[in-house]
Design a protein around this ligand. Sequence first.
Ligand SMILES: [Zn+2]
Length: 332
Amino acid sequence: MMIHHTNRIQYVFAAVIVACGLLSRATTALAEAPMVKTQSPGFYRMMLGRIEVTALLDGFTELNASLLRNVSETEIRDLLKHAFIDDPQKLPTSVNAYLVNAGGKLALVDAGGAGLGPKFGRLLQNLKAAGYGPEQVDYVLLTHLHPDHAAGLLNSEGKPAFPNATALVAKAESEYWLSTADPDKAPPEYREHLKSAVKLVRRAADPYIHSERWKTFEGSELPIAGMRAIAIPGHTPGHMAYEIHSDGRTLVILGDMVHCGAVQFARPGAAVSFDSDPKQAVASREALFRRIADGKTLVAGMHLSFPGIGRIRMDGENAYTWVPIEYGPVEK
Ligand SMILES: [Zn+2]
């Protein structure tokens, strides 16, 4: 009995020594290789025929599902659950821009939201990581002038972030933000938001206007080979999608057609609270989805999970599914 007891004590003692040894080895390993805890550079590149498209990540934010309109709380809850999103106040939302190298011109579609806080403003560093400099950009082509798309026209010193670029904006969009927008006439809950957005946009546009590098366009023609504009008004008065076409392949940059992919692909009728004309925004989304859900057309969205490029599959009457592209090598 006594011998048995001693064996047990010895066994426990040995186990403690082994455990201590493992622990100290683990500590040593951690000290030798501390975790890096930074993300890979935010760019993704693909060829569309002879045109090179590079997705650039500007930031990552979390939207609140309460901004969705025309869709019941139960439906939202079910759709978010279906997408494994647990917290309706924290919808994961990328902020993307797309760099298009076409016909000898470099066009950046949207400029991100530099200056809007720590969640935004990584576009310039990701542009450099992608192998380009801001001075090489010929055009900044804006889908619309909300600050998360236009504030990045300026760098952290308040100077034009793209010193040789011309900003290209739909005429209706430019006129609204630079002259006709009237925050005092906006619904009270949106008034302050609109006031600060107008201020930010005018500040970002100012140096481009003064150096005659702020150009507006009407219709679909653009000065970039292989690209044309598609009017999708409603989110803002002059909201534009941009179609890129080369060698029989097409990619449509959706701008802000979709803020919450988990809900708005299945229910394109769902508007968002900051649509300037929600009815028109829904009509534009439904018409564009019908047109691009052909199984071939690639689409890219500023707030779709980075790189935000994929296809839209029609899954019934006015209901769609987002099918992201696979990560892969760049075609030569
Ligand atoms: Zn946006």
